[in-house]
Design a protein around this ligand. Structure first.
Ligand SMILES: Cc1cc2nc3c(=O)[nH]c(=O)nc-3n(C[C@H](O)[C@H](O)[C@H](O)COP(=O)(O)OP(=O)(O)OC[C@H]3O[C@@H](n4cnc5c(N)ncnc54)[C@H](O)[C@@H]3O)c2cc1C
Length: 394
């Protein structure tokens, strides 16, 4: 008689009890779509390095884009839900979570936090329903971590027009975005400003970055701006310096921490299921002490991460989130995720490197999440400055 196995539940401390029944229902709705409609496609697209455009209407049907924003067709739910839903998407695929994070967080967030009323009216309802896709162009080929003081892309005002010159690297969704937020230094006052650059604008070229070993579904672009003319009406009207850019990043960095939790959770749950099925020496490998040790270490870290991001979102909902709060969670969760996905791969033996077993992809994708939206070093420096009072960036 086979032993009755306990359910696989990576929410070990029942954090879902902190959600309302309606919030749990929405979480389950997102999980069902991800499991039933998106998971079956993912490995194929990941291998091809292409984006599954056919899923966009399905994602739109969930009505979760711009989930925390008020007005413009957005649901105006608490930040905790943005986190939980991001985690649910990443639990199945980190590339789709990244696509969603760029659209809903970085691109819509720039317009929501820093745009004029007219800019919000023009873009946010269309982006909320995925009828317009957004991208966020901050990083440059020679300027990554040092973006705060080092941007070389320039903006020169000529009457009612701005002329942009420079390059942006790694820009997610850029190959098919309808609008890309470009951050450039105003040659007049040396301050960083944001510009809404429309698809097919003259002087705006995007080349797809090929051959990535992580997040292969995300279409990252190398953008070249050659005397690209942008009307003053498409300058983000409330973005006056890099501190304003930072407001967007603070909000989205919390989302990346949740994304890491999702990635770790997906890998852990798949590995746990595998160890209960896989037999060696006449019994399931889950019955071996050394395998259980791996599983418990994974679950300990995952539980610590989940507890941390829940509290992070509560701080965000209370309007008390600081840069250092978000940075600490981003560092801790992405670091622990690397450990969890590599243990998940390990307990699966050779099958751990086969895409079809749904862990190998998480191992690769964790590497990109670890580096984007501020590396471990940069986020550690943000926390270090806050707790010591000394800035150690340079
Ligand atoms: C898949 C992917 C998607 C991305 N999407 C976007 C996007 O949509 N939009 C966008 O604008 N950008 C995007 N990025 C860029 C991303 O934010 C940068 O890669 C990241 O900020 C790091 O910059 P860098 O890669 O140039 O590394 P670098 O800045 O060159 O850093 C290299 C190493 O040096 C370390 N380092 C740098 N400065 C210091 C210091 N002061 N002290 C100690 N160590 C230091 C770093 O921590 C890192 O380990 C994406 C990146 C990836 C990989």
């Amino acid at each position: 008689m086979p032993m009755q196995l306990p359910p696989i539940e990576a929410d070990f401390y029942h954090l879902d009890h902190l959600l309302t029944p309606e919030q749990c229902q929405l979480q389950r709705k997102v999980r069902a779509l991800m499991e039933n409609e998106i998971k079956p496609l993912i490995n194929r697209y990941w291998l091809k390095g292409e984006f599954p455009h056919e899923i966009i209407p399905r994602l739109a049907s969930l009505n979760i884009c711009g989930v925390t924003y008020e007005g413009y067709g957005c649901p105006h739910l608490p930040f905790i839900m943005e986190g939980v839903l991001t985690m649910e998407i990443a639990r199945v695929d980190a590339s789709i979570a990244t696509f969603f994070g760029v659209q809903s967080g970085l691109a819509m967030g720039s317009i929501y936090l820093l745009g004029s009323e007219a800019q919000k009216q023009e873009w946010l309802p269309r982006m909320q329903s995925f009828n317009a896709i957004g991208a966020f162009g901050l990083t440059e080929p020679e300027v990554g971590s040092g973006a705060a003081g080092g941007l070389t892309t320039t903006a020169r005002r000529q009457g009612d027009t701005w002329v942009l010159n420079g390059q942006k690297k790694w820009i997610g969704n850029a190959t098919f975005a309808d609008v890309t937020v470009i951050w450039a230094r105003d040659l007049e006052d040396n301050q960083v400003k944001g510009f809404l650059v429309r698809k097919n604008a003259p002087g705006f070229d995007v080349e797809k970055i090929e051959d990535k070993m992580a997040l292969r579904i995300v279409q990252n672009g190398l953008i070249t701006l050659r005397d690209c003319a942008v009307p003053e009406s498409d300058r983000l009207q409330n973005a006056n310096n890099f501190k304003d850019t930072g407001k967007v990043l603070r909000m989205t960095r919390a989302g990346v921490a949740w994304e890491a939790v999702g990635c770790a959770r997906g890998a852990y749950e798949n590995a746990l299921a595998y160890t209960r099925k896989r037999q060696q020496f006449g019994k399931p490998i889950a019955a071996f002490q050394l395998i259980q040790n791996h599983l418990v270490e994974m679950l300990s870290n995952l539980t610590a991460m989940q507890t941390m991001v829940f509290r992070l979102s509560q701080l965000q909902d209370d309007g008390k989130l600081t840069d250092e709060h978000a940075s600490l969670a981003k560092v801790f969760c992405t670091l622990r995720t690397r450990d969890i996905v590599s243990r998940a791969r390990e307990v699966m033996g050779g099958n751990g490197i086969l895409l079809q077993y749904d862990v190998a992809r998480f191992v690769a994708d964790a590497e990109a999440i670890y580096s984007y939206e501020g590396t471990k070093e940069i986020n550690s420096l943000i926390v270090g400055r806050a707790i010591t009072g000394f800035s150690a960036f340079v």
